[in-house]
Design a binder for this molecule. Sequence first.
Ligand SMILES: [Zn+2]
Length: 101
Amino acid sequence: MPEGCPVCGQRYEPEPGFYWGAMYITFAFSTAIMLVVGFLVYFLLHDPDTWVYVSAVAFFAVILTPLSLRYSRTLMLYLFGGVRYQPERANRSASGATTSS
Ligand SMILES: [Zn+2]
């Protein structure tokens, strides 16, 4: 993870250990993934053997881990880091980059 945004310079780690809380958001994402995959397997495959549930849930939990990690950190920044999207800053930085190059 980079230290700051390359466009606006926003620091991605407001304080040391800031992302401890993101771990709990990841837990919530993982639980949601497991529930959704479990229900999909149940309804689409008409209640197969247990190993099918375990395999499908494990597969999707592992495959979606990078997404889950990034979105939980982003949510953490937005909810508790005081970060807000400011399009005028992005536009000014982008135009400044084009004029300087
Ligand atoms: Zn930025």
